[in-house]
Design a protein around this ligand. Structure first.
Ligand code: FBP
Length: 255
């Protein structure tokens, strides 16, 4: 299944908003705690897709941009080896209007085989319905000492390709050269950078994004670095200039 619906000039910026489940409302403020504000931002900021869990999608998705329905997730209250099981069927995601499903796989976890099995089934069901299957691939658990080490990130990317993901969402290694190997390892699976906590400065974040693009990635799936920004709409415009229009950081911020 193609990712084309989420791409413009071969690039895409996806607005992620499942942190209320993954981290709790401590990530949110008076404004962005309202999912309707994020749906509005996705449309006005011309994002290439928005990522919701089922509960938000059913109540707030308005069809303004393509939807990726996240079909698994967990809170950060659970300790030990990470496992996130499926919580929404692919059929339901399709009924809600999703063009893709998202699923997190914690590679390296003692429970990775359960997530491999679930993702395998979800990918087949999604493709039958003409939807993309996007894997958030996060190396995590006792066995993982450094989840951004180049060989670990490349392994994560490759795992997504091996399991049939149309796109993989992985963390940046911190330098273009090593991330290029991760992108190569992902083969025909498109690579999206995972945003992470709000960066110390806007330029730090944008420089990371420029790095992943220069390494051959398709774009990014980002949440906190956009909707925690003091001016999310401006950040959306800057990101479009950087990612879709392929400008330098210096040019992109001149708005
Ligand atoms: P951010 O840009 O806010 O990091 O969002 C990307 C994302 O993958 C979300 O979809 C997810 O909620 C979160 O990161 C998971 O973060 P982690 O598991 O690293 O705490």
């Amino acid at each position: 299944m193609s990712m084309e619906v989420f791409l413009e000039n071969g690039r895409g910026i996806l607005l992620a908003y499942d942190q209320g489940l993954e981290h709790g409302p401590t990530d949110l403020n008076e404004r962005n705690v309202d999912p309707a504000s994020i749906m509005g931002l996705a449309v006005s900021g011309r994002f290439n897709g928005v990522v919701f869990q089922k509960g938000l999608a059913e109540r707030y998705y308005d069809g303004g941009v393509p939807l990726i329905l996240k079909v698994n997730g967990k809170t950060n209250l659970v300790k030990g080896e990470p496992l996130a099981r499926q919580n929404c069927s692919v059929k339901r995601a399709h009924e809600i209007g999703a063009k893709g499903v998202g699923y997190t796989i914690y590679v390296g976890s003692a429970h990775e085989s359960i997530m491999f099995e679930e993702f395998g089934r979800i990918q087949e069901e999604a493709h039958k319905l003409g939807m993309a299957a996007i894997a958030w691939i996060y190396p995590r658990g006792e066995a993982i000492k450094n989840d951004t080490a180049p060989e670990i990130v490349a392994y994560a990317a490759r795992t997504g390709l091996e399991l049939g993901a149309d796109a993989v969402k992985i963390k940046y290694t911190g330098d273009v050269q090593s991330f290029r190997w991760a992108v190569k390892s992902a083969g025909k699976a498109r690579v999206f950078m995972s945003g992470g906590p709000k960066a110390p400065s806007e330029v730090d974040f944008l420089t990371q994004v420029r790095g992943v693009l220069d390494a051959g990635a398709a774009g990014l799936a980002v949440g906190r670095n956009v909707w925690q920004n003091s001016d999310p709409s401006r950040m959306a415009r800057v990101l479009r200039r950087l990612v879709i229009e392929d400008r330098s950081v210096e040019e992109a911020v001149k708005i």
